[in-house]
Design a protein around this ligand. Structure first.
Ligand code: 5GP
Length: 190
């Protein structure tokens, strides 16, 4: 999506450890009218797929997932990062290693909010090594529900997450795909 590529070129900051910072419009301050255009694009891509639920992971996916849910007119559920060691049986759970922090979280969704007849669109801000998407797809599968696909704002295509998820037969649509990035040369898109 050209609009997004231009915004990344203008406002993205390349940090250490292959991290792209887009705090001015996505990850800290949110440019809501701009993000609404991205959400509308997710709707255009998946509008014929009978999506009845949007799923994301806290915290940075929540904003774009909410905006997307408005277009589909369906609920948005976010997986919570659980601090509790004893996870009760009324939740679906999986483990996710955080790309940005390197820590492993249990993520949970209440069984009240994922049901076997759900057609779930998973939304997230970034795709790097695919661990967040793997954890989220496990929750959906454990519920007996269906993953319609994933909608990602920025995929770092030089990392292996996209292949990992697509090789499982899951549709992944990324609005910007980064081929390479470095402080010297900036960001190059696929
Ligand atoms: P993955 O699980 O695919 O390795 O990483 C995806 C998660 O890590 C996203 O939910 C996002 O929050 C975070 N993440 C991964 N790479 C980046 C990055 O370059 N910039 C930012 N801001 N977050 C990232």
């Amino acid at each position: 999506m050209l609009l997004l590529e231009e915004r990344i070129n203008k406002d993205g900051i390349i940090g250490a450890g292959n991290v792209l910072k887009v705090d001015s419009f996505l990850n800290h301050q949110m440019d809501v009218s701009f993000l609404t255009k991205l959400a509308e694009e997710f709707y255009r891509l998946y509008k014929d797929c009978d999506v009845n639920k949007i799923l994301t992971i806290e915290a940075s996916g929540i904003g774009i997932a909410c905006l997307t849910a408005q277009f589909f007119n369906v609920p948005m559920v976010f997986a919570k990062k659980s601090k509790s060691k004893n996870i009760a049986g009324d939740v679906y759970t999986s483990k996710v290693e955080s790309f940005t922090h390197g820590t492993v979280h249990d993520i949970i969704v209440s069984k009240d909010f994922l049901k076997e007849n759900d057609n779930v669109l998973i939304i997230d801000d970034f795709l790097a090594k695919g661990q967040a998407l793997l954890g989220l797809t496990k929750l959906v599968k454990d519920a007996g529900a269906n993953v319609v696909g994933c909608g990602i704002v920025i995929e770092k295509a030089f990392q292996d997450g996209g292949d990992l998820i697509r090789n499982q037969g899951i549709r992944v649509e990324s609005l910007a795909r980064i081929k390479s990035m470095s402080v010297e040369d900036g960001v190059e898109f696929c």
